[in-house]
Design a protein around this ligand. Structure first.
Ligand code: SF4
Length: 111
């Protein structure tokens, strides 16, 4: 399998955002770069886009709910305006508010 580059992953994230009617952080700051890099590193190591801010079991079946875009992103975006990692946002998100942690929606028993 061909290794993914940063640009490949960024393209994927943009496609996901367009399809889901979300947006990426327009500042494209360091956090954004870390998240895109994290997705790239996971893909190149384990073969799928494990959520960059969650540990992987390195088993696609066990991790199916946290393959990006994860099963929890839509609910988090509806409730908090962004996904758990802060890669995807609601288009109406107020980027002037400081970024704070949001609760982990993934059930404990998945770990
Ligand atoms: S929290 Fe965000 S970055 Fe992480 S898997 Fe879900 S949608 Fe992707």
């Amino acid at each position: 399998m061909a290794e993914k580059t940063y640009k490949d992953v960024e393209k994927y994230a943009k496609q996901v955002a367009n399809k889901r009617e979300w947006i990426l952080d327009p500042s494209r700051d360091e956090t954004y770069e870390i998240l895109v890099d994290g997705l790239k590193d996971y893909f190149n190591r384990i073969g799928y886009f494990n959520c960059p801010c969650r540990d992987s079991n390195e088993d696609r079946t066990m991790d199916r709910d946290i393959i990006c875009p994860c099963d929890y992103a839509q609910a988090d975006i509806e409730e908090y305006g962004r996904c758990y990692c802060a890669l995807f946002y609601d288009p109406k998100y107020d980027f002037t508010t400081p970024l704070e942690m949001i609760p982990e929606r993934r059930p404990d028993e998945e770990w």
